[in-house]
Design a protein around this ligand. Structure first.
Ligand code: NAD
Ligand code: DAU
Length: 351
């Protein structure tokens, strides 16, 4: 597609900020608007390096606010929407599902309706960024493909599955030009420290217990966030309308093994004796409905669009740890205030 005016939602969050940065740097001729409500997970510090770029504009707003979204879409008449705004944390969806339904389901419908009415539906597209969690869980073997049935288990994944269905329905019913991708666990810089990897790094730095759910046997397929942003770029421009693409790192780890790798690297970087950080590991009450294993088959994306991950896990995890060590002011900023209350509720009760 020949995109000109693009709306990226949720661009102040973890993955969104990497997508915004990539598009602003690679496409100087595009006009890129980043629409974000700046919830606890959104942070304009994530975008300081590009905030003055001529092809970039930040718009503060809520995707659930239909009159605001209508006005924005009417004024801008976007050629493309890359929709990332969401409530993204599974544990928060278990303790408070309402906001997940509001933002992830209703907010997505508001955007679909507004793009349908005001967007460039002739040559543009609506691209929904989704998760592999919609497929449910795997046993010891097998992979999720684009044909795997949906079987979401958490309020978060149910809300994302629902939004995927609405996006596809708008494609079929209203012929809206849509595309969807479902990605595995991302890691990298600017990851909010409620998620496994940055939480462990931050707790090691603060000599706090490292809470591993259950026995730490659950498996996730980790992808470096910039490789996800690269896949999003490719699918936005070349993905087949109406199609779904799975994105994954082919990089499966048991949680306990990933925590031990982080412990070892942190000991080396902090000059601690071997085993110092591992001694902080605590096995805590398991997450309710905890999916056992996720693993993505991304051969469709690889074969049809020529994508493949470019950063090995060894490189990516080291870059990630180095980023956190060099950006302690960022960590302090995002973990002050409401994070402390969240942490207390989530982890004191789970001991
Ligand atoms: P995040 O929580 O870091 O960021 C979400 C962003 O959305 C924040 O900037 C927040 O302020 C914004 N937002 C939330 N509610 C909003 C609303 N009502 N209106 C406008 N903005 C709002 O999330 P993330 O990890 O960057 O995930 C981004 C997207 O990618 C989500 O849709 C998520 O489901 C999907 N995804 C994430 C992963 C992962 O590993 N993190 C993997 C696959 C898919
Ligand atoms: O698979 C893609 C999904 O990955 C995304 O759609 C979600 O937005 C994203 O948050 C992520 O979901 P997970 O639940 O897999 O990520 P999280 O970092 O919360 O947990 C990773 C694994 O680590 C999971 O098995 C639970 C476990 N865990 C997590 C935390 C926060 C722990 O053992 N201890 C913890 O303190």
């Amino acid at each position: 597609m020949t995109a000109k005016k693009i709306l990226i939602t949720g661009g102040a969050g973890f993955i969104g900020s990497h997508v915004v940065r990539r598009f602003v740097n690679r496409y100087p001729n595009y006009e890129i608007d980043n629409l974000d409500k700046l919830t606890y997970a959104g942070n304009l510090e994530n975008l300081r390096d590009i905030e003055g770029a001529g092809n970039y504009r930040f718009v503060k707003g809520d995707i659930c606010d239909a009159s605001f979204i209508d006005q924005l879409m009417n004024t801008r008449q976007y050629d493309g929407v890359i929709h990332l705004a969401a409530e993204s944390h599974v544990d928060r969806s278990i303790s408070g599902p309402d906001e997940f339904v509001r933002t992830n389901v209703l907010g997505t419908i508001v955007l679909l309706q507004a793009f349908r009415q005001y967007g460039n539906t002739a040559t543009g597209r609506f691209y929904h960024i989704s998760t592999d969690e919609v497929y449910g869980e795997l046993g010891e073997t097998g992979f999720f493909t684009e044909e795997t049935s949906y079987k979401p288990n958490s309020p978060y994944s149910a809300s994302k599955a629902s939004s995927d269905h609405f996006v596809r329905a708008w494609g079929t019913t209203y012929k809206l030009p849509i595309v969807i991708s479902n990605c595995s666990n991302n890691y990298g810089s600017h990851h909010f420290p409620e998620k496994l990897i940055p939480l462990m790094i931050n707790n090691i730095l603060n000599k706090k217990p490292l809470p591993v759910y259950g026995k730490g046997e659950n498996v996730r397929d980790w992808l470096y966030v910039e490789d996800h942003a690269g896949a999003i770029d490719l699918i936005f421009h070349d993905g087949k309308l109406g199609d779904t693409y799975n994105i994954g790192g082919n990089n499966e780890w048991k949680n306990i093994d990933i925590v031990k790798i982080i412990c070892q690297l942190m000991d080396e970087k902090l000059g601690h004796s071997a085993g110092t950080s591992e001694s902080l590991i605590e096995f805590v009450k398991d997450r309710a409905g905890h999916d056992f294993r996720y693993a993505i088959d991304s051969s469709k994306l690889q074969n049809e669009l020529g994508w493949k991950p470019s950063v090995t896990f060894e490189e990516g995890i080291e870059r990630t740890i180095d980023w956190y060590l060099s950006n302690q002011a960022w960590v302090e900023h995002v973990t002050s205030g409401a994070y402390q209350e969240y942490y207390k509720n989530q982890y004191q009760e789970n001991r």
